[in-house]
Design a protein around this ligand. Structure first.
Ligand code: COA
Length: 180
């Protein structure tokens, strides 16, 4: 099952479904190492490679139909700039996970909270989901604070969940239930 997402408008932001053309617009901001401290990802090597990734993402889901992928470039209207990206993976027979990044220049302005809240509301309404989850490196305080402020609860701790950038990582699994 694939899905064609639409723009989501919030008070300050526009969540734009990611297209190939976003690669050139986001590439420079995506170079900051601060975005990747706690995730097994590195900055994109070139606009071409980022275009290839966004082409895959913009298909809206996995070829086997088991996952729906929603990916957004987050545009801030009054700042007049892209400020981050947002992601949801909906497993048809499983869980739904969100992921997010705000470019460092725009941290601590409530942008991730506003963007994630609107995406979660959309996921609950559009897909009638019962809950949404997120995995967070136990060292990633900013991400944990964000999830807590959105109402997520800690469900599980995964020891040695991953290994990247020279060290093993533990992860917290957070979940938020729909109230409907
Ligand atoms: C995690 C991240 C998205 C937060 O973005 P942000 O726009 O700065 O977050 P917000 O301003 O919306 O803050 C949301 C809440 O988290 C808190 N918070 C954010 N960063 C924090 C930090 N470094 N330390 C403590 N609290 C923090 C805020 O105070 C706010 O709490 P409140 O609602 O109770 O006031 C951002 O730090 C980031 O992009 N990090 C790198 C990428 C990453 O790690 N992504 C997550 C992978 S799991």
């Amino acid at each position: 099952m694939k899905y064609t997402p639409e723009k989501i408008f919030t008070k300050n932001l526009i969540l734009e479904p990611i297209k190939v053309s976003h690669a050139a617009l986001l590439f420079t901001q995506l170079q900051s190492d601060k975005l990747y401290t706690y995730i097994p990802v590195n900055p994109p090597e070139s606009i071409d490679k980022l275009e290839n990734k966004y082409e895959r993402w913009s298909k809206g889901g996995s070829d086997d139909g088991r996952e729906i992928w929603l990916n957004y470039a987050v545009y801030h209207r009054s700042i007049d700039s892209y400020v981050g990206t947002l992601q949801a993976t909906i497993q048809k027979q499983g869980n739904t996970y969100i992921a997010y990044e705000v470019f460092p220049h725009f941290w601590r302005q409530g942008i991730a909270k506003e963007a994630c809240q609107s995406l979660i509301d959309y996921l609950f309404k559009e897909f009638k989901l019962k809950r949404v989850m997120a995995h967070v490196d136990t060292r990633n305080i900013a991400s944990q604070k964000l999830l807590q402020s959105l109402g997520f609860s800690l469900e599980q701790t995964l020891i040695n969940a991953d290994e990247f950038k020279g060290s093993k990582s533990d992860e917290f699994v957070y979940a938020l239930a729909s109230h409907k």
